[in-house]
Design a binder for this molecule. Structure first.
Ligand SMILES: *[C@@H]1O[C@H](CO)[C@@H](O)[C@H](O)[C@H]1NC(C)=O
Ligand SMILES: *[C@@H]1O[C@H](CO)[C@@H](O)[C@H](O)[C@H]1NC(C)=O
Ligand SMILES: *[C@@H]1O[C@H](CO)[C@@H](O)[C@H](O)[C@H]1NC(C)=O
Ligand SMILES: *[C@@H]1O[C@H](CO)[C@@H](O)[C@H](O)[C@H]1NC(C)=O
Ligand SMILES: *[C@@H]1O[C@H](CO)[C@@H](O)[C@H](O)[C@H]1NC(C)=O
Length: 484
């Protein structure tokens, strides 16, 4: 089991005995985390009722990267009509192509692997693709024709803004593999109803299965965690302008989302989880991170739980180390590269199962073996981490960060998605190309004079180069930065 995320060990909500410093579980941010995760009244009905239209509330980044927006409609008898819109840019402002799919879904059973989720099976009736430029049409038709030889006669060029059917159950034809198209995300779902404590407004979100971080595994992978949620259009906030744009779009009129000024990345301050987070391998956790750019150090509290509401604590971790800021990502537009090191760690078992697990490793590999007790913290730095929890120290991770403002103008921090195979990004080639659930800034930097490298976006000349000859199926667009 790999439980580790260096930016992301554990917030210790339960350990009220923990030292209360300027930063940490006992402070303002600890309380805010508690309110965000446990204070909101969240209901997850089982089985979920997914009838209705669900849309993206922001431009999403999939591993690759691929920039997408989704609009999914389910009827009462669980037929679906889905649009996936793909873009060349991080704002979802320049559409490349749209995949339209129709089919049906059957809810199976409660997921044993991902508690709180429902497993489902789906089948496709038909899938079509609409390109939004002639260049993309030529590229995609060549890909589809290559995997289904003779599918497109030589005198039948694809044109832009015309839908072409690549899969038809009735005609017994399946050339969707040429687009690397699957909807395995429909195999795991969860609906959350959330009531705002201030105005009583109820929103509904649909969580669908995660996308494997390795593109070559995508066609086979059965999801174990979730993507960013889709919002129910009937219940969304009236001020979700992105929802409106996506809701009214279709394959001939793909949504063009508003481009927003980029938030310059300044990590200083404290950041907390906005909800009980789910990771592959059925891990539930909350995070609370502090960054100190002045001396390039950081620390994090990671609280792990056994249930999807983050109520039953299993163990918590306090980790700390150093970090280095790198360049803007040339691969993932809007991202900035970092290198994180974890050098120190303390572990607190919070239930009897974890305590026995830690005590099994007598005398070696995880603190003072045999002496672990519930609620008692041990430093595991001297044992180079904790074998039982799959944590080795010192530990280095190649990271990708992004910062954004939400609808309420709060700062959000996106940290790279962990590899779906449970490993960690130990070398630059494994650096993430997509993100986890964002963290919310709960305390701005104390010291506003902290020297932080800020880029004035007016000084940067951004251009984009899309390649159509990649070995992978996707169009890939690389951002080029020119500094004046
Ligand atoms: C599911 O939700 C839809 C739309 O909100 C509603 O019309 C329908 O009655 C619900 N179905 C069940 C079984 O609750
Ligand atoms: C599709 O492939 C066939 C050969 O399998 C070829 O004859 C035809 O010209 C191709 N069509 C296009 C539009 O490239
Ligand atoms: C780095 O700075 C923070 C905040 O000023 C401080 O709490 C921390 O102890 C410092 N760490 C090191 C290793 O100097
Ligand atoms: C949108 O609506 C929510 C709920 O009423 C509110 O908290 C938020 O501040 C609003 N955002 C904007 C940008 O008006
Ligand atoms: C931006 O960079 C591109 C490519 O390097 C160049 O062609 C263009 O003239 C530049 N634009 C400005 C405003 O500097």
């Amino acid at each position: 089991m790999c439980v580790f995320d260096p930016g992301l060990p554990v917030a210790v909500l339960v350990v009220l005995t923990a030292t209360v410093g300027a930063a940490g579980p006992g402070g303002t941010c600890g309380r805010m985390l508690k309110t965000l995760v446990h204070g909101a009244s969240v209901v997850a009905p089982m089985p979920p009722n997914i009838t209705g239209q669900w849309v993206s509330s922001r431009c999403e980044v999939r591993p690759g990267p691929q920039f997408t927006a989704r609009s999914y409609t389910f009827t009462e008898n669980l037929d679906f009509h889905n649009y996936q819109f793909f873009y060349a840019d991080q704002h979802c402002a320049s559409p490349l192509y749209t995949v339209t799919s129709r089919g049906a879904i059957i809810l199976r059973q409660v997921s044993w692997l991902t508690r709180g989720g429902t497993e489902a099976d789906y089948w496709l009736e038909d899938v079509s693709v609409t390109s939004h430029s002639q260049e993309v049409a030529s590229y995609l038709s060549a890909r589809v024709n290559a995997t289904c030889p003779g599918f497109i006669a030589s005198d039948h060029q694809w044109h832009n803004d015309v839908p072409y059917e690549v899969l038809s159950r009735q005609a017994d034809r399946d050339c969707a593999v040429g687009l690397d198209f699957v909807l395995h995300e429909l195999q795991l779902l969860r609906v959350e109803q959330r009531q705002d404590s201030r105005d009583g407004h109820v929103t509904e979100e649909l969580f669908l299965g995660d996308i494997h971080t390795d593109r070559t595994q995508r066609l086979l992978y059965r999801p174990t965690s979730y993507q960013p949620p889709l919002v129910n259009v009937q219940l969304s906030y009236s001020n979700c302008s992105v929802c409106k744009v996506v809701q009214d779009a279709d394959d001939r009129r793909p949504p063009v989302l508003p481009t927003r000024g980029e938030s310059s990345l300044h990590l200083d301050g404290e950041w907390v989880s906005m909800r009980c987070e789910v990771r592959p391998e059925a891990l539930f956790l909350t995070r609370h991170l502090s960054f100190y750019p002045a001396n390039r150090t950081w620390e994090g509290w990671y609280a792990h739980y056994s249930d999807p509401s983050c109520r039953h604590a299993t163990f918590s971790i306090h980790a700390s180390g150093s970090f280095t800021r790198g360049a803007r990502s040339a691969l993932v537009e809007g991202g900035t590269e970092y290198i994180f090191q974890v050098t120190h760690m303390r572990v607190t078992p919070e239930d009897s199962d974890t305590t026995s697990l830690l005590n099994v490793f007598h005398g070696q590999g995880c603190g003072d073996g045999g002496t672990w007790q519930i609620g008692l913290e041990q430093d595991v730095t001297s044992t180079n981490g904790c074998v039982a929890l799959g944590i080795a120290l010192p530990h280095i991770e190649y990271e990708l960060f992004k910062m954004e403002r939400d609808m309420q103008d709060r700062l959000l921090l996106y940290i790279g998605q962990r590899p779906s195979d449970g490993t960690s990004p130990k070398n630059p080639a494994q650096r993430p190309t997509s993100y986890q659930t964002p963290l919310l800034q709960c305390l701005p930097s104390v010291d506003r004079h902290t020297p932080d490298i800020r880029t004035n976006m007016n000084d940067v000349n951004i251009s984009r180069r899309c390649t159509f000859n990649s070995a992978l199926v996707f169009l890939s667009c690389v951002v080029l930065y020119g500094f004046r």
